[in-house]
Design a binder for this molecule. Structure first.
Ligand SMILES: Cc1cc2nc3c(=O)[nH]c(=O)nc-3n(C[C@H](O)[C@H](O)[C@H](O)COP(=O)(O)OP(=O)(O)OC[C@H]3O[C@@H](n4cnc5c(N)ncnc54)[C@H](O)[C@@H]3O)c2cc1C
Length: 385
């Protein structure tokens, strides 16, 4: 604790307006809370975890059974944000989880569907090859789990829409303004920024890959995860979004690829490799070189000719994304026990976009001291301390 506070700028500050912070800003402002949001870069920037035009949305959450209700609620809130802003933010094309029947991806989806009564369709390899010909090389003992409610969420549009809706509800936003520290003072907190200090009651820290710079006790690693697009060798109806809905596919040997067909007016398919701790590098988000090199795409380019024949051998576009990884792969979402004035939201471990709108609501509940609508003990930020 340091100096006594002078006058208040807002009730709450949200530090970081990526997917999670933007949705928190929206939910807080909608509740009539006097809130200010700060981001060191522009709104919907290309520096953190939330750029790259699309993200998979599904409620069959393999990563933790407790995430299923959060994903369902997020789907509802996406609808609310779409209605409020008149913008299409989630394309419900359905989502496919593919691989060995008892494997991590298809097996995990089936387990989540069983436990939570999700509506899914199980397709054997022959049915999969007919339904999604881009997966024609699927081995006979692999299956596909189709979730009709799944689809593609549009990250940049979602962030812009949430910030726009928050502003319309009274939120104040400082972009291109870096938060340099959070100081706890009598009766509140001071958020020090490159512009000026902001005096508030409570702080939400949703700084994505930079979270542990502001909350150093959190054991987060920052991982560089490339996003890659490929153009078909020749025009091919197998690769339209309609014919190749968003998928995750586990290959024999354990690698997992993900992606989707061409968006309207795009030639490119998005195809990527899941981390699994095997191929991607841990980096320093301040010092890293953001230009891409073959290290970013060569493993994937070696896998694709066997997995999805017909796409070009080299990517047509590559960008470097970052995400924060926790030791157990679950989020850090909650109030810090050392000081309830600070709510942290991060450690997305590369599966957090689909939950962004629901997490915004959870954060607003935490700020207001309300219990979360569903049990989220597994995201307690103090579990590592
Ligand atoms: C390549 C890739 C693919 C993915 N695919 C999927 C998917 O298909 N489905 C899915 O559900 N999830 C997916 N994820 C995960 C998902 O994208 C993330 O969980 C989500 O985007 C996390 O958002 P965030 O708000 O926590 O972080 P970010 O979007 O990085 O936001 C953090 C913000 O904090 C700001 N900031 C940082 N430090 C400061 C500071 N000191 N002062 C002020 N502002 C600061 C940054 O500028 C940034 O805007 C993927 C992730 C990656 C990297």
């Amino acid at each position: 604790m340091a100096s006594t506070r002078i006058s208040k700028d807002a009730d709450v500050a949200v530090v970081g307006l990526g997917a999670w912070g933007a949705c928190a800003l929206w939910q807080l402002a909608k509740r009539g809370i006097d809130v200010v949001g700060v981001d060191r870069y522009g709104i919907a920037n290309v520096h953190g975890s939330s750029h790259g035009e699309s993200r998979m949305f599904r409620t069959a959450c393999l990563e933790h059974p407790g995430l299923v209700p959060l994903a369902r609620r997020s789907g509802e809130l996406w609808g609310a944000l779409e209605a409020e802003t008149g913008t299409r933010l989630l394309e419900r094309t359905g989502a496919m989880l593919i691989g060995p029947r008892d494997g991590r991806i298809a097996g995990g989806a089936l387990a989540a569907a069983r436990e939570h009564g999700l509506e899914t369709e199980l397709l054997d390899a022959a049915a999969m090859r007919r339904r999604v010909p881009a997966h024609a090389a699927l081995p006979d003992d692999h299956v596909g789990v189709f979730e009709r409610e799944g689809g593609l969420a549009l990250p940049e549009r979602t962030i812009r829409a949430a910030v726009c809706a928050a502003r319309a509800a009274g939120a104040v936003v400082f972009d291109h303004t870096r938060v340099t520290g959070i100081e706890l003072v009598d009766g509140g907190a001071v958020v020090h920024t490159a512009l000026r200090p902001l005096h508030v009651d409570r702080v939400v820290v949703a700084a994505g890959p930079w979270l542990s710079q502001l909350v150093p006790e959190l054991p987060l690693e920052v991982v560089r995860m490339p996003t890659t697009w490929f153009t078909p060798a020749q025009p091919d109806p197998r690769f339209t979004l309609e014919n190749l809905p968003v998928f995750m596919r586990e290959l024999d040997g354990g690698d997992v690829i993900w992606g989707h067909g061409q968006l309207a007016d795009h030639d490119e398919l998005k195809l990527g490799l899941e981390d699994g701790g095997r191929h991607f590098r841990v980096v320093d988000p301040e010092g890293m070189d953001r230009s891409v090199s073959p290290v970013d795409w060569s493993v994937l380019a070696g896998i694709l000719p066997r997995a999805i024949p017909g796409v070009g051998a080299l990517p047509s576009r590559v960008t470097a994304n970052l995400y924060a990884r926790t030791p157990d792969g679950q989020f850090v979402l909650g109030t810090l026990r050392r000081d309830p004035r600070i709510v942290v939201a991060g450690g997305c471990s590369s599966h957090g976009f689909k939950h962004a709108t629901g997490i915004g609501e959870v954060i607003a509940d935490l700020v207001q001291g309300k219990p979360a609508a569903f049990p989220l003990g597994f995201t307690d930020p103090d579990r590592f301390l």
